[in-house]
Every structure is written in C-alpha cells, then in structure tokens.
Design a binder for this molecule. Structure first.
Ligand code: ATP
Ligand code: MG
Length: 428
C-alpha cells in the first residue's frame, strides 16, 4: 500500500471508531477539496459531533492540540489526524480570532463557519459528499467564493483575504465578484493580522505553482500596502508591473527563494532596505541571508569587469550558492528585462554568469575558510592582541589560495600571514 492509501485507511478507522460509539464523523476541509480536484493530499482533517474529551478517551494516542477550539490530534501509526468537534464561532475579536467557540451538534453549522465554499464540504465514510454551499459547482466553474456574506466573513477574520489570494492563485480560480469587492472594501483590516501569518501566506504563493497569478492579485488588492508593519513599498512600484509579461518569469522559476529575489528586484527595493523589509515580514534569518547575498552579488557584478580573477573573488566573498542562485534567476528571465531590473549585464557577461564562470569556479581549489590548512589559532601570536584582523588575514589567505597564488600548506600560509600582518602594522 502506498502512503496515501495507508493514511486514508487509518483515517477511516478513526471515523469508524467514532461512529461505532454513536457519534457523527466526516472527512472535511482541504482533504475533501483536494480529493475532488485530484490534487496531492498532505493531510486528512476530520470533523465530529464528539466532544474533545470523548475523542481523547476513545483513542489510545492523542495530543490535545487545541482543546479550547475543539481540536484533538489522533495519532494512528505514523499519521496525525486533526479531529475537530463541530463548532460555530461567535463574536470575533481583533479581526482575527473568535472570542469563543461553541460546540454544536449539526454538521451544517460547522461547515457554515468555514471560509470558502470549496473548503466547506464534507465526505462521509461511504464517499458521499455533503456540500450545502455549492463548493463542487464552484470548483467546476473555477470560482472562489466565500461561505455567506463576504463582507461579514472578511470583517470577522481578515486573514481570509490572504487565504483567498493564496487559494485563487494555487487552484487558478476566479475570485467571485462579491468576494473580490469585499476584499477591496476591507483591505485595510489586513493591518490586524500578525506579520508571521502574512508571511506564511505569501510564502505559499511564492512556493506554489501559480505565483504569477498570486502576485497579480496582490497588486490588484493592494493588501500589501495595508499591513500591520508598513513595508514602505510604493504603490506605483507594485502597479508598474501589473499585467506585465515579466510576471511570466515567475512561472519559469521553481524555487521560492529565487522568486522572492525577482519580486524584490521588480519592486525596486534598495539593497539597504532588503534586510529590514524581510525582517518585518518575519523571514527566517537563513533565508534573509540567502536573498541578501544574491543582491550583493548583483551589486558587485554591476561594478566589475568580469575577469576570471574578480569572478573567483566573488565566490569567496559571497559564496557559491549566491552565484548559482543568480544564474538560476537569469536562466528564467527574458533578457529584455535585465536593464529594467537594474541588472547591468551584456551578452558576454551573461555567458560568464551562466557558463564560463561556473567552469572557472570548478577550478578553485578551496572555497571556505574551514578548508584552509591553518586556523586563527595558528596566527593569533603574530600580533599582540587578537581581533578582527585575524579574519581579515584568513580571508586574504583564502582568496590567494583560491586564485592559485598561494599553496594551501601550513608553512606557506603562516609565512604569508606574517607578511600580511607586517604590511598591516606599517599602516597602524
Ligand atoms: P491547506 O492545508 O492546503 O492550507 P486547508 O483547506 O486544509 O488547506 P487549513 O488551514 O488546514 O486549510 O484549514 C482547514 C480547514 O479549516 C479549511 O479547509 C477551512 O474549512 C477551515 N479554515 C481554516 N482557516 C480558516 C479561516 N481563517 N476561516 C474560516 N475557516 C477556516
Ligand atoms: Mg489542512
């Protein structure tokens, strides 16, 4: 049995067990939607009339994931299933969270609290679909529609506007007119949503398969000009590429990080604004560094003649990954956009980035400080005090070894280090 069949089997056991004890239980939410669309299934959510305490009693391995919201994770073999008690949400606070949830005993009431018609379907144990809001019909017509009054639904929870864009992009759906109008009317409410949540949705657009559409919807909705922390991106910078063919490039890039780099270039974000902007969006540090390094390489290349030496130096200073990421970006980009994106490269230089430079890199004997045959300890005595000079000297040694100007042998390295330090002393 493959993993999905096994997972579905275990989930059906959960439903059977609940039903055996007199409770209702259904598959629900994303699983139902993705099953209907024959898309990859990541997880299976279950909704039930049983209260969380009962779910915890019925299964031997459970995790109280969100008891106050009615969610218990049931662990079966290697699978985790979120089992949530039928509930409605009453008053909402801060345009995001319900003040309290109320457990109810009718499936339809639970489905009604869900965001979009395609997410408000359930399937019973025999495979019958329960679809009170026309989710199936909407999916067939490729329409994304709120359950109920969109104005109300977005004012209850403003995150739904971001979810709308993410789903419309990923599933290539047309946002139904009233739903779309409600986003335009309520877009300022996005300021109530934590930046972490905004980032999570944006990143799914960037990692997803239809980033082009997601970005067009972000432009049209102006949601990104209303976030809690001001991203300081000019509206005109967004609208400059509305409907532009350059958006097609996103469809030729398969790595989310590279798409982010392209977006930042398009939005004309200055190098010194990249880190503050990505920090506001709560990017993980590693990802910030990766993106920043590519931007630095671009700046550096813009000021260089592309000699073998300067190219190899770039590897040492910015790292191999940054050069490869830039190459990936350039491979996906129609060259007519280069100057528009402030990528000042001619055909010859592009060839170096895309091919010749990569061959040169292969010839570099070592690329990292850790590969040097000496470390800071071996040269610390060359001056009276340790300090940043050690790293400067090591970097210089690395560059010289990388350029084949020096051998990576302990004795040679120490002699050369002493020479560099003497040179430094003369200037102090
Ligand atoms: P995916 O897991 O691919 O993001 P999903 O539809 O399973 O898609 P989840 O965030 O896992 O999304 O939520 C599960 C279900 O809970 C949704 O299908 C929807 O019915 C409901 N839901 C989730 N978030 C909201 C929300 N903010 N407002 C209303 N209903 C929601
Ligand atoms: Mg899910």
């Amino acid at each position: 049995m493959n993993d999905l069949i096994l997972m579905e089997h275990e989930a059906s056991e959960v439903i059977r067990e609940l039903k055996k004890h007199g409770y209702e239980a259904y598959y629900v939410g994303g699983y139902v939607r993705d099953k209907f669309l024959k898309r990859t299934i990541k997880d299976i959510d279950i909704t039930t009339s049983a209260y969380p305490s009962i779910v915890m009693d019925l299964f031997s391995h459970t995790i109280p994931t969100g008891l106050q919201h009615g969610t218990v994770t049931v662990v079966m073999e290697q699978f985790h299933f979120e089992v949530t008690t039928y509930r409605t949400e009453n008053e909402y606070v801060d345009h995001r969270r319900p003040k309290e949830v109320q457990f109810v005993n009718k499936l339809i009431d639970d489905l009604e609290r869900r965001d979009f018609t395609m997410n408000a379907m359930a399937i019973d144990i025999h495979g019958k679909i329960i679809d009170p809001f026309g989710g199936k019909k909407d999916l067939n017509s490729k329409i994304l529609r709120c359950v109920g009054d969109p104005l109300l639904r977005f004012s209850e929870d403003a995150l739904r506007m971001m979810r709308a864009i993410r789903f419309a992009a990923e599933y290539d759906l047309q946002v139904e007119q009233n739903t779309w109008n409600a986003i335009l009317l309520h877009r300022e409410a996005i300021k109530h949503i934590a930046m972490e949540r905004i980032y999570a949705e944006l990143d799914r657009v960037m990692e997803g398969s239809n980033t082009k559409k997601g970005i067009q919807l972000l432009i049209d909705s102006e949601l990104m000009n209303n976030t809690k922390e001001n991203l300081h991106i000019q509206k005109s910078n967004w609208s400059a590429f509305s409907g532009h063919n350059v958006l097609n490039s996103f469809q030729s890039i398969h790595e989310g990080t590279i798409k982010w780099i392209l977006l930042l270039l398009m939005l004309k974000i200055e190098t010194n604004q990249i880190k503050p902007l990505l920090k506001k969006l709560k990017f993980p540090n590693q990802k910030i560094m990766k993106i920043y390094a590519v931007k630095q390489v671009i700046n550096w290349l813009n000021e260089q003649t592309y000699s073998e030496k300067s190219w190899k130096e770039a590897v040492i200073i910015y790292g191999m990954d940054a050069l490869k990421d830039l190459r990936t970006l350039l491979n996906a980009l129609d060259h007519s956009y280069l100057s528009w994106l402030l990528l000042k490269m001619n055909e010859e230089e592009l060839e170096i980035i895309q091919q010749k430079g990569m061959d040169w890199i292969e010839e570099i004997p070592i690329k990292h400080l850790r590969e040097l045959e000496i470390s800071g300890n071996d040269i610390v005595n060359l001056k009276q005090k340790s300090g940043p000079w050690i790293r400067i000297v090591l970097n210089q040694l690395l560059t010289e070894v990388a350029l084949n100007e020096l051998e990576n042998k302990q004795k040679d390295l120490i002699n050369r280090a002493a020479q560099i330090v003497r040179g430094m002393n003369e200037y102090e």
